[in-house]
Design a protein around this ligand. Sequence first.
Ligand code: FCB
Length: 444
Amino acid sequence: MPADGLRFPPDFRWGTATAAHQVEGEPADTDWWEWEQVPGHVRDGTDARRSCEWWAGRYAQDFDLARAMGQNALRLSVDWGRIEPREGKWDPEAFARYRQMLSALREREIEPMVTLFHFVSPSWLVEKGGWQSEGVVRYFERFAAKVVEELGDWVDLWCTINEPNVYGAYSYLLGFWPPQKQDVRQFFRVVHNQLLAHACAYRAIHRLQSSARVGLAQHLHIFDPMRPKSPLDRWAAGMQDSLFNGLVLDPPVDGVLRFPLSLNTRIPELVDSQDYIGLNYYSRSMVSFDITQPGLLFGRRSVMPGAEFSMEGWGETYPQGLYRVLKRLERCGKPIYVTETGVPDNDDSKRPRFLLTHLAAVHRALGEGVLVKGFYFWSLVDNFEWADGFSARFGLIGLDLATGQRTVKRSGQLYEEISRTGAITADMVKRYAPEVEDQIFSPG
Ligand code: FCB
């Protein structure tokens, strides 16, 4: 083990990630707000009505805590439905409120990264066909430009769209999230439109702001063959990988969207449309060839027997996967931000270990020359976890929903120690998660 533990670069960004609808409360007129109010849609019957109450001003308290915890970066998003409540009508008060939030961050020397679209659409857009419609690309480009004009004095690190593959799959292929479609053609159309919208927003932002750094948050998942020696399992895992990861990973580099059966589409605007790569990484699936699953490209997904899990229904905890995806991104030759990683862990018994092992994976990649510039842990405070409501807690800070009281968790204390020292030391590992000492200091 190195004498001073695992040391990170001095200019490393230590942050957390959030999204407007999940933390703000007082939701705007959007598809999610409408959907989550229907009984049965959100697992525990909660909604985002109150959440962390950022819109009511409680962001200040959370930013104080982030500052006190030694964080120097925060990823947050703006809510399109608040800013443009009706088509072409901007709300100056919404901009004023976001300006207050952003200057509150700057006062605390926390650099904001602002996401423009994080799963939630204004209701007027949905009426016009939402992300399936052709018009959405121009609407999004106009929205992005307006946000940069209004908020560009406080922000120059932009994330256009969060996880086009997850949004497409959950909302248009698997039917889990609004508008609950299960249609492969719509899935491809939505992913296509989101990537094209990203490319157009990328150029619009650069026209308006010379210092802008623009990327998107890519969710990458590991798909491994259940039986590594089986050519069929390997083939099926490869298909899942190209459908989910490849679909969104290559287009912003070479401008080609590769759909199955070689139905490729060229989008020239996409060539070279990222200044950095945002990586969201959570888990892996094991894949077996299954002749009965043509709709899933003959791949049956399951979990690695004996692996560690966070919560029922959530995936395996697999830190090595973060190292593997970082190595995979290396060939893009761009700086990388880990824009999300985290774990649902309601009693915070696993999060300290998760944090240590995943940061050790980042450190290993850094040691091999991968250009990782920062790490945004999901999330700062427990918040509204989409269809899981408040039944899956991701925060470093606990939230008492009834009183709004915040409590820094043990994992939050650990993250503070790491952010402040810029290192993972042997002493920290001993105190917080001695069981992973070997994994941290002798990876491989
Ligand atoms: C990511 C989402 C984020 C949050 C985490 C747990 O896929 O971007 O909003 O739900 O998962």
